[in-house]
Write a protein of this length. Structure first.
Length: 301
């Protein structure tokens, strides 16, 4: 049995945001994939591919039978993972295996409260920390009801990450800024994952408003499927989250490893390069020329 993985003193997520690259304008890229889709070994290999092509933090989805906040692409991924027998303990073991060769990339578990409650908050937090997890985002847990889980996560130096939406009131934003850690995740669209319209002007305004409340970095997801959209969002957000476009590739090529890693790598690398190009431009430049407000973004994170 492997010894528990020690958490970096600053925390991997904070270290990424505080790195010299981020301080010089480089924004973080946060890809999402569903653990166990199509199987755990493929997920582990995909995590390596994501890092090799520019991922700073990986969001690892815990498969759940009723992923109500997710669209059909991620719902199907959860079904495939569950059909293969993936459980929460398997996801934690997957992170442990990843940590055997990567102790710097942030890993956030993203999912629903039920599996965590069944394990127990304290037991889950202890196991997640020992595996090398850095943060936890429970989609269906409102911050007003999160004190017990946040306390358990805090006890093991795990970041409690919360979602914000276009309709989040300032009172909730203020609470999240007090109890959250790592970053706040702004859902740029009303609706489930996989929605198709991204208004970059509205996103920029909301990110600015969030930053007036929250001392945490702001990551933006939903509505980002290509390099142009990632570049546009990276002008104002501290991190860009992309999910459904990658999960769709797993659904299409999951049984063809060569094609899967090539396609996923191409998408992530293209976003990384486009975001880095934006970061290298003078602040007065229109970094995302050609990405209009309301541009179709296809499958979203």
């Amino acid at each position: 049995m492997s010894a528990p993985v020690e958490t970096a003193p600053q925390g991997r997520i904070a270290a990424r945001f505080a790195s010299e690259a981020a301080a010089s304008g480089r924004k973080l890229l946060v890809p999402y994939i569903t653990a166990g889709d199509p199987d755990l070994d493929t997920t582990l290999a995909l995590m390596r591919t994501l890092v090799a092509n520019g991922a700073d933090v990986i969001e690892l989805g815990i498969p759940f039978s009723d992923p109500m906040a997710d669209g059909p692409v991620i719902q199907a991924a959860c079904e495939r993972a569950l059909a293969g027998g993936t459980r929460l303990v398997d996801v934690l073991d997957l992170v442990r295996r990843f940590r055997e060769e990567d102790d710097t990339t942030g890993v956030v578990l993203m999912g629903y409260l039920n599996p965590v409650e069944r394990m127990g908050y304290a037991a889950f937090a202890e196991a997640a920390s020992a595996a090398g997890v850095d943060g936890v985002l429970t989609v269906d847990l409102p911050p007003e009801e999160a004190d017990d889980l946040v306390a358990a996560l805090d006890a093991h130096a795990l970041d409690a990450i919360f979602l914000l939406s276009p309709t989040t009131p300032d009172s909730r934003l203020e609470r999240i800024s007090r109890i959250g850690g790592g970053f706040v995740y702004y859902v740029s669209l009303k609706g489930v994952t996989g929605a198709a319209t991204l208004d970059t002007t509205a996103v920029a305004a909301k990110v600015s408003h969030i930053k007036s409340f929250a001392p945490l970095p702001v990551a933006v997801g939903f509505g980002i499927r290509d390099a142009a959209a990632a570049a546009a969002i990276s002008e104002t957000a501290d991190a860009v989250v992309v999910g459904s476009v990658l999960v769709a590739l797993v659904g299409e090529h999951g049984r063809d490893p060569e094609a899967l890693h090539r396609h996923v790598g191409d998408v992530v690398r293209g976003m990384r390069e486009a975001m880095d190009e934006v970061a290298s431009l003078p602040a007065t430049s229109g970094a995302a020329d050609g990405v209009s407000d309301g541009a179709s973004a296809g499958t979203a994170a």
